[in-house]
Design a protein around this ligand. Sequence first.
Ligand SMILES: O=P(O)(O)OC[C@H]1O[C@](O)(COP(=O)(O)O)[C@@H](O)[C@@H]1O
Ligand SMILES: [Mg+2]
Ligand SMILES: [Mg+2]
Length: 339
Amino acid sequence: MNKVITLGQFIIEKQADFPYAKGELSRLLRDIGIAAKIVNREVNKAGLMDILGNAGSTNIQGESQQKLDVYADQQFISALKCGGECCIVASEENEDIIRLDTDVSKNAKYIVAIDPLDGSSNIDVNVPVGTIFSIYRRKTTAGQASLKDVMQKGTEQVAAGYIIYGSSTMLVYTTGKGVNGFTLDPSIGEFCLSHPDMQIPERGVIYSINEGNYVHFPQGVKDYIKYCQVEDPKTNRPYASRYIGSMVADIHRNLIKGGIFIYPVTSSAPNGKLRLVYECNPMAFLIEQAGGRATNGKDRILNLTVTELHQRSPIFIGSKEMVKKAESFNLLNEILQKS
Ligand SMILES: O=P(O)(O)OC[C@H]1O[C@](O)(COP(=O)(O)O)[C@@H](O)[C@@H]1O
Ligand SMILES: [Mg+2]
Ligand SMILES: [Mg+2]
């Protein structure tokens, strides 16, 4: 029988990689794992409960919130609050940061940025959805932590990952020493190591982009899409176009099979659509740790300066050689240059 390594055991074993650490980060990751199981339970039976559909509210980005967006947001915040290792949560679903500086966590060192439910417009049709998280160490040492602690560059992340609620539920994360994936075994209720040391293939044959927006793309992105579609057996083209519409699911597939995921600037979204702090940065950290690459078309995602909590960024992320090839096109051109 194969030895089963649970997420909890793995985190404890990996604690040795950080001799200076006192176990807070491990506990924080454990808290995220607990909330993920609770959210997974609801996502799984969503069709049976009155939990599908619109919550009747909108978030700060003006997007309508699904009931499960609200539910997942509450679950992660409450797990982080109870755990006591996190002083601030920044969530897609909340305009401002949420302070958890209660008695129990007043010395908490960590900041969590989170997209509690990614791809939520897909919930009602049983398409995989996810959670994306990013963890930073707080910078301010005196007084309460503040927004400044959240607005750190992606290079400052100490851990990041995602949960995919799909045909199976997986938690995939990095602490800057490679990427490991854990599959939830429902019979024991534990995430178990199933994908150790994940590496994204250097090249793949998948490109993922919402081509419905084609006419609004910069010319360089249109040219790159044409490149993907041209017949060339030497480079395995034409590539296959695969787009789920849940960033987590699209990136998870490309991580395993190789590929490039793109959300560019468009004429209607001149800064792109995806959010830097809790979508692009955590995914960029994780994909780089798996040997891939992530750029906004000009600069490395992880080097971008964060000026706003809900700031958006274009993104080109995935297999290293595919992203490098895409960068040889003028991916931002006239749209960003005008803005
Ligand atoms: O429908 P579009 O414009 O292709 O956008 C899809 C993208 O938007 C997102 O759904 C945004 O995530 P949220 O559901 O967290 O708002 C990504 O997961 C996905 O990649
Ligand atoms: Mg999202
Ligand atoms: Mg979301």
